[in-house]
Design a protein around this ligand. Structure first.
Ligand SMILES: Cc1cc2nc3c(=O)[nH]c(=O)nc-3n(C[C@H](O)[C@H](O)[C@H](O)COP(=O)(O)O)c2cc1C
Length: 269
């Protein structure tokens, strides 16, 4: 799967996606808010050993623009579109879910309840597992039960099992573990760390969630860049993996990984 915010609108990724383009690919959009969001002031990204620190701040054109332009393009390209949503209030999450439930071509939702503080400035604050669960319940009520609602949680080792359990009980189809990890730019500004450096943290979270909640599908996200890193998560109990930062280094990563998994099908990836 393409991780939220790391595949652009899809158009940027398509030329690097192999002979089938985006066809059949699980594409998670960048997080959409009801109104357009400009994102953070620059610089928004810095490369560090083992990854990136970002404070992009979820820039997006807002729901209306997405529905009119980006979604139809992704659907025509054959992608399986999972729309990532982020709201300033619980009502906004519910509103986004209601409107997306009527939009043709939305395969499912990924609910962003785990953005690092700086990245998610102005969004509904998810501090406790029950905050995340309330958001999931509000979204689930508005979105058809035969389509998936994924809860995307930050890889907080001390709370991840509680968070996943709460979201599962609130109706999430699966959890995505995790997101960028709260970190700092070299100048001290707050941001989120992603890439290979966060892999072992996300791996611990994935393994703990799978051990505690074996019936709950877990989608791993953090530092996936090749077959070996994907297989490590699958061996720990993940049912699928998402690729984020690696696409910014090499946009052919997903195409390569799809081909490698198909050529070496040891697991149900
Ligand atoms: C530039 C950039 C933009 C991102 N935008 C979003 C976003 O809009 N919504 C979201 O849920 N996560 C977003 N993320 C987090 C990624 O989807 C992913 O969870 C995180 O980077 C960890 O995976 P990775 O190590 O493969 O990048 C973003 C990450 C980066 C680096």
């Amino acid at each position: 799967m393409v991780a939220a915010g790391c595949g652009g609108t899809g158009r940027e990724l398509e030329p690097f996606s192999g002979p089938d383009g985006l066809a059949g690919l699980d594409f998670v959009t960048r997080s959409l808010t009801l109104d357009p969001r400009a994102g953070g002031a620059g610089p928004r990204l810095v490369e560090v050993p083992g990854g990136l620190v970002n404070a992009v701040g979820l820039p997006n054109p807002g729901l209306e623009h997405f529905l009119a332009t980006e979604l139809p393009w992704l659907v025509r390209a054959g992608a399986r579109v999972l729309v990532s949503i982020a709201g300033a209030t619980m009502g906004e999450y519910a509103d986004l879910a209601r409107r997306l439930s009527r939009a043709p071509g939305v395969a499912g939702l990924e609910v962003n309840v785990g953005a690092p503080d700086e990245v998610g400035a102005g969004l509904f604050e998810v501090r406790e597992p029950y905050h995340a669960a309330s958001v999931i319940a509000a979204v689930r009520r508005e979105f058809p039960s035969d389509r998936p609602v994924l809860a995307k949680l930050r890889p907080d080792v001390s709370r991840i099992v509680e968070g996943a359990r709460s979201c599962h009980e609130a109706g999430a189809t699966a959890v995505v573990v995790g997101n960028a990890v709260p970190a700092a730019f070299p100048d001290g500004r707050a941001g989120g760390l992603s890439g290979p450096a966060v892999g072992p943290v996300a791996l611990r979270c994935v393994a703990e969630v799978h051990r505690s909640l074996p019936a709950m599908p877990v989608i791993a996200c953090g530092g996936v860049r090749d077959l070996a890193s994907a297989r490590t998560y699958l061996a720990a109990g993940a049912t699928a993996v998402q690729v984020g930062t690696a696409l910014l280094h090499d946009p052919t990563t997903v195409a390569r990984l799809r081909a490698d998994l198909a050529a070496d099908p040891q697991e149900d990836a």
